[in-house]
Design a protein around this ligand. Structure first.
Ligand code: UGA
Length: 446
């Protein structure tokens, strides 16, 4: 049985910790935030994520998972230390590595024996090697002769489905020295009791680091592509949903990540595309495709916000209801959410905005406090419509998909619905006497 220490109890650290415990490892999760650790010990999760609490509880009860704010304790007798701290976007677009190196320094100053450090955080190519040199230097300063290996093991979990994607990943990427001890250790850490055919990609640190950025940037590029196509369809009279369906039926293209929307958001795509562009600049390599995907994504949100503002003004409206604040359905996360960006832009017109999201209200309160925006948060989705003349849907929550259209029509003071996830039936909306605006959708009106 392997003993694993996880540094950082955020999205990646917490899910990885619980997931690795589920695979049979003995896992101690450490976080600098004592409050977070106390809550986790009381089974209070810091994030909304389906099945996470159950997985944590199950593995605590089985004696395989624990939480502590004492790093020395967490490091005791452990075979591998996973670093899973945030690497947010820095002012210049690069990944900010301050938190990562603080965590590495803490580990290097407390470790007492041979060390396998696993980098789970998303880091630019070359970081693992820097971490290795850094720890070796620290060990030298402390007169420690123990061996050090650094493994790159990027995480591909998807918010809202983090537990299932961790437990059943498409692939596990392990970047390390091929004949090093760490390589065998990593394979055994990821060995599930009921082993299935998950693909393990064994490669160098640099390759592993690059795979992560390539994967996220490729998906971001697909979304920007379909969003540009949607805007073209809007002008030409073609229908994006049919275009996307036909496109996706080509097995070389695949139907996933071809859903037009308000632009990609979240804590990963916006920052990882930017960081990849910065890395390419550093090496003098052209990464214009990804730079365009990112620029186009930023622009897309502005284009949609302008459509909302101009339709509102044309109708003499000044009250807007917004359904959805999370960057996508299934999460309470509003980081880089198209909804918040669009609201900030639309607010420049001094409209009154009321908003509702089934999971993101706590985060939304913090955002409103931070920005000083005059957005009123409603207790439920229909209350948000009370004084509004138009409704804007930004997140594809099930409750919005199943909305009572008659109730929307009866509650709204005006008659406009912007459906920027293409989740409602335009015919039904128009039958209820409302005017429908989707993205690049063409539907026959009788
Ligand atoms: C993304 C990747 O999908 C994960 O594989 C990766 O591990 C993760 O980043 C990470 O680097 O940690 P996530 O940010 O949770 O996961 O969200 P996605 O489900 O990928 O969605 C990202 C954005 O794209 C959302 O705003 C979503 O609404 C948008 N999107 C997605 C579309 O607009 N259209 C689509 O067809 C798919």
């Amino acid at each position: 049985m392997n003993r694993v220490c996880i540094v950082g109890c955020g999205y990646v650290g917490l899910v990885s910790g619980a997931g690795l415990a589920e695979f049979g490892n003995i896992v101690t999760c450490y976080d600098i935030d004592t409050n977070r650790i106390n809550n986790l010990n009381k089974l209070v999760m810091p994030i909304f994520e389906p099945d996470l609490k159950e997985l944590v509880e199950k593995n605590i009860k089985a004696g395989r998972l624990g939480f502590t704010d004492n790093l020395s304790l967490a490091l005791k007798d452990c075979d591998a230390v996973f670093i899973a701290v945030q690497t947010p976007q820095d002012d210049d677009g690069n990944a900010k590595l301050k938190f990562l190196f603080t965590a590495v320094e803490d580990v290097a100053s407390k470790a007492t024996g041979n060390l396998v450090v696993v980098i789970k955080s998303t880091v630019p190519v070359g970081t693992s090697k820097e971490v290795l040199s850094y720890i070796r230097l620290k060990f030298k300063e402390r007169d420690i002769t123990a061996s050090v290996e650094v493994v790159s093991n990027p995480e591909f979990l998807i918010e809202g489905r983090a537990v299932s994607t961790f437990l059943n990943p498409d692939r596990i990427v392990i970047g390390c020295k091929p004949k090093g001890k760490a390589c065998e250790l990593m394979k055994s850490i990821y060995k599930k009791p009921s082993s299935d055919g998950r693909e393990v990609v064994l490669c160098t640190n640099e390759t592993a680091e690059t795979i992560k950025y390539a994967a996220n940037s490729f998906l971001a590029m697909k979304i920007s592509f379909i969003n540009q196509m949607a805007l073209l369809c809007q002008e030409t009279g073609a229908d994006i949903d049919t275009v996307a369906k036909a496109l996706g039926s080509d097995s070389r293209i695949n139907p996933r990540f071809l859903k037009p929307g308000p632009g990609y958001g979240g804590s990963c795509f916006p920052k990882d595309t930017k960081a990849l562009v910065r890395t390419a600049e550093k090496y003098g390599v052209d990464m214009s495709i990804i730079r365009e995907a990112d620029d186009s994504n930023e622009n897309h949100k502005k284009i949609l916000a302008d459509i909302v503002a101009s339709v509102m003004k044309k109708n003499g409206y000044s009250n807007l209801a917004v359904w959805g604040l999370a960057f996508k359905a299934g999460t309470g996360d509003i980081r880089n959410s198209p909804a918040t960006t669009m609201i900030e832009k639309i607010s420049e017109n001094n409209f009154n905005i009321s908003a509702y999201d089934p999971e993101a209200m706590t985060e939304a309160k913090k955002w409103i406090k931070q920005t000083g925006l005059k957005v009123i948060l409603a207790d439920d989705m229909y209350k948000a419509l009370d004084k509004a003349e138009a409704l804007l849907i930004v997140t594809e929550w099930e409750c919005f998909k199943n909305a009572d259209i008659t109730r929307i029509a009866n509650t709204l003071k005006g008659n406009v619905v912007f459906d920027f996830r293409n989740i409602l039936d335009p015919h039904e909306i128009e039958k209820a006497g409302l005017k429908y605006y989707g993205i690049g959708r063409r539907y026959e009106t009788d």
